[in-house]
Ligand binder design. Structure first.
Ligand code: NAP
Length: 307
């Protein structure tokens, strides 16, 4: 693919920022990739790894002259960083982001936007439990979805260009409004993470089970929750603080469903349990058929679990 942008600036050089840099280079999507992160350590690591053409000492310097700027930072600092870089945005620049929550990003960033640049929020549905500049890789977005939540004021050609950019990174692209995005992601990502954080914490708190048993027998289910529960605490704290309404709404539904299962167990209602477990098995099959996970047993880990 020929270069879509003259200069792409990445603010935040962790898992997502560094993966974008690798994939931009792989796809030849920009003539120059410039980056900035808050700490000198991260900037030094990024320079050593060489996935950028240039590392700058300030966010404003990175943004200058860029026709695409992507904020790859925790959702909680979007407002402050946008305020900081807004005066340096080039005329006609697209400012985008990768935040896991969209309504809050818009509410934080839009008031700082100059009228000669456009805010077009985005969220790649791709990630791992790793963070930092060394965790990125070019294939992260391949065959994963990226959701754009354009604003009514966006120019169709700008949205189309950002769509082509994400396709160039390897993604399939959907568009929807920010409020809908936040509801969908509460169900598919935010609440599953909350449940993982909760169950892993509960298991370690249970006094009847020793810590060594929790680790020793983890392959019977617990281990798969621990992968999710190892996700970055700053990122996930911000997700819940900034998608409060949707996550509380879904959590209410999950709590009701858990009570229904509790009741079925108490009353020996095997039919209710069997029916629910059959439905969920079909959902797993659907995910594999959609190419969003491997059909190999035990996520392709090779060795089967101990039960
Ligand atoms: P990460 O690996 O922890 O990287 C975050 C980066 O942001 C770091 O380089 C950090 O700099 C920088 N940063 C933090 N505060 C900053 C500030 N005030 N100014 C400038 N840079 C700042 O996190 P990540 O996983 O890439 O996540 C970044 C964003 O992607 C989050 O909004 C998250 O919601 C979204 N997202 C994550 C995933 C995932 O699975 N991880 C998936 C999709 C979307 P230092 O290194 O110097 O601290």
């Amino acid at each position: 693919m020929s270069a879509l942008f003259e200069r792409v600036a990445l603010i935040g050089l962790g898992l997502i920022g560094s993966s974008i840099a690798h994939a931009v280079r792989r796809g030849g999507l920009a003539h120059e990739i410039v980056g900035y992160a808050r700490s000198p350590e991260t900037r030094k690591t990024a320079a050593r790894l060489g996935f950028l053409d240039r590392v700058t000492d300030t966010a404003a310097d990175a943004v200058e002259g860029a026709d695409l700027v992507i904020l790859c930072i925790p959702v909680g600092v979007i407002g402050a960083v946008t305020e900081q870089i807004a005066p340096s945005l080039a005329p006609g620049a697209i400012l985008s982001d990768v935040g896991s929550v969209k309504s809050s990003v818009i509410a934080q960033a839009l008031p700082h936007m100059p009228d000669y640049a456009e805010l077009i929020p985005a969220h790649p549905i791709a990630g791992t439990e790793q963070s930092g500049p060394e965790s990125g890789f070019a294939e992260l977005f391949d065959n994963r979805w990226c959701i754009l939540t354009p604003l009514p004021t966006n120019k169709p050609e700008s949205v189309a260009k950002l769509r082509r950019f994400w396709e160039g990174l390897g993604s399939q692209v959907d568009t929807m409004d920010a409020a809908h995005h936040d509801q969908v992601l509460a169900v598919t990502s935010h609440i599953p993470h909350l449940i993982a954080y909760s169950i892993v914490g509960t298991a370690s708190d249970l006094e009847t089970v020793t810590e060594s048993e929790v680790v020793k027998y983890s392959a019977s289910g617990f281990r798969d929750f621990t992968r999710i529960a190892a996700s970055d605490p700053t990122m996930w704290r911000d997700v819940f603080l900034h998608n409060k309404e949707a996550t509380l709404e879904v959590l209410g539904r999950v709590t009701e469903d858990l009570f229904a299962l509790q009741r079925a167990i108490r009353w020996g209602d095997g039919d209710a349990l069997f029916e629910r477990f059959s439905e969920t098995r079909a959902i797993r099959r659907g995910i594999v058929e959609a190419g969003q996970d491997t059909a190999s047993p035990n996520f392709g880990r090779g060795k089967p679990p101990t039960e």
